[in-house]
Design a protein around this ligand. Structure first.
Ligand code: FAD
Ligand code: MLT
Ligand code: ZN
Length: 453
């Protein structure tokens, strides 16, 4: 029996897609920068089916690309050259929310928004949040070690993983569920899966550690004149505003795009840059504290604060809708980097110059999670396969002592830069883990490593 027939037998004909029209949305990434043909898209409905699919692909020596919501931004979720796409979206059951322990067991295909609703109904919250919440899945978030807007308070996805179930390339199932807050029994496999980008195992279920729900919120936006002012204000807010939950940077160029594509309005007279600040508390309304903190840092007239849900959402849209506004302008080069906070202002100033030096016609828009030293450098203009601007920005980042991937991962976009960032010894240690877990190189070939097997 050929591989496609065997896969159809495992998941059912309706869930083994070979028609090019049905495969299409699984074959191109969110930015449209990466795409490739899949042999088939398979959509298993259980962990046993995931294991059987992996065994069949291993027997046939065909690569497998795990895929959740396909919102990843480094090309790791789409096929390159005739692999099988293993879509985990049907594993979408929230099996248990333990309101006492603050833990939720969720299938890999549960969306972040669904997990948030279930957590909130139990008086808890998911520690990670970001704009793709309606589509990104818990499995994909673990696989990418997703960051988002609350990392300064709760850490990235790795910190939210309490337990896991995952399937190795040969179909072996590893399970530690629901997971315990203290568990020092050997290697931290859940931690290793976080950020493995589908190269070590397929995550099928996750024991999510929840965080206390801070239901009382206030959001502020202030204008600043330069990146150095934004960094100084961010430093003070981190020290002085105990209820700080999110601290984001965007620029007037980005706001212009959001206004054009998302019909947003500026909150006050335009300024070169903006900080969005969110404060949260479970008891007292944080609005006064936030307003006082903004006053202390001298925000003056260029400041607005909202505590009602509509007003807060309107301010958040100014920042969150940058990603789609960018996509509406063209196919962006998305360079997600971080530097020590002491070099952040320099990066904000120099990244557009570095891009201009190699492509004077390119447009650079930056925004990001300033408290984490994380800047998203988005470049519009160069064709998808032109890597000169990527190289210019990554080179600058390494010169400033930073990381070429703050939160989106390596995918296929940054494979050549991984070794320059982490060095040969670290990448060779990572390769040894990859070969031990997946000796035939079945799982996500070409992601993180060029030649893993
Ligand atoms: P996919 O895109 O399907 O896959 C991503 C990677 O994980 C691929 O390598 C894939 O092979 C692997 N994978 C997926 N599911 C599994 C699984 N079950 N087991 C093993 N491997 C798997 N990211 C951030 O970190 N912070 C942000 O603030 C942020 N904001 C975003 C905003 C928008 C509008 C968009 C479009 C994206 C944003 N992202 C952000 C990127 C993206 O949403 C995250 O990387 C997210 O975690 C990907 O989840 P997904 O389910 O879509 O995974
Ligand atoms: C964000 O912070 O908005 C996301 O990481 C997505 C992006 O980089 O556009
Ligand atoms: Zn981000």
């Amino acid at each position: 029996m050929n591989l496609v027939a065997r896969l159809a037998e495992i998941v059912g004909t309706n869930h083994c897609l070979t028609d090019p029209d049905l495969r299409a949305s699984y074959e191109t990434d969110w930015t449209r920068r990466w795409s490739g043909p899949a042999l088939a898209v398979v959509r298993p409905g259980s962990t046993d089916e995931v294991a059987a699919v992996l065994r069949a692909c291993a027997d046939a020596g065909v690569g497998v690309v795990p895929q959740g919501g396909n919102t990843g931004l480094v090309g790791g979720s789409v096929p390159r050259d005739g692999e099988v796409v293993l879509s985990l979206r049907r594993l979408d059951a929230i099996e248990e929310v333990d309101a006492g322990a603050g833990e939720m067991t969720a299938g890999a295909g549960v969306t972040l928004a669904a997990a948030q609703s279930a957590a909130r109904a139990a008086g808890w919250e998911v520690g990670v949040d970001f704009g793709a919440r309606d589509t990104a899945t818990i499995g994909g978030m673990v696989a990418t070690n997703a960051g988002g807007v609350n990392v300064l308070r709760h850490g990235a996805m790795r910190r939210q993983v309490g337990g896991f179930e995952a399937v190795l390339a040969d179909g072996t199932v590893l399970r530690r569920l629901p997971g315990m807050p203290k568990d020092n029994t050997g290697y931290d496999i859940g931690g290793l899966l976080a950020g493995s980008e589908g190269t070590l195992a397929v995550v099928s279920r996750v024991g999510l550690r929840l965080v206390p729900r801070l239901a009382r919120r206030a959001v502020g936006v202030i204008g600043v004149d330069a990146a150095a002012d934004a960094v100084a204000a961010a430093g003070r807010l981190r020290r002085e505003l105990g209820s700080l939950l999110a601290l984001e940077l965007f620029t007037d160029d980005g706001l212009e795009l959001v206004m054009r594509h998302a019909s947003a309005a500026p909150p006050f007279d335009r300024r070169p840059m903006y900080l969005l600040i969110e404060a949260g508390s479970d008891e007292a309304d944080p609005t006064d504290d936030l307003a006082a903190a903004l006053n202390e840092i001298g925000a003056g007239e260029a400041a607005v604060v909202a505590s009602d849900p509509t007003g807060r959402d309107r301010l958040w849209q100014l920042r969150e809708r940058h990603t789609e506004a960018m996509n509406a302008e063209g196919v962006p080069h998305k360079l997600d980097v971080s530097v020590p906070l002491t070099r952040y202002a320099e990066l904000v100033e120099r990244a557009p110059e570095a891009v201009r030096a190699v492509d004077p016609a390119a447009r650079t828009i930056v925004y990001g999670h300033i408290a984490d030293g994380n800047l998203h450098v988005n470049v519009l203009g160069p064709p998808p396969d032109d890597e000169r601007v990527d190289d210019a920005v990554f080179g600058l980042v390494l010169e400033l002592g930073g990381s070429v991937s703050a939160e989106h991962g390596i995918g296929v976009a940054k494979v050549d830069w991984l070794i320059r960032d982490r060095g040969e010894a670290a990448v060779s240690a990572m390769g040894a883990i990859k070969r031990a877990w997946d000796p035939a190189g079945i799982l996500n070939p070409g992601v993180i490593f060029r030649n893993a097997a």
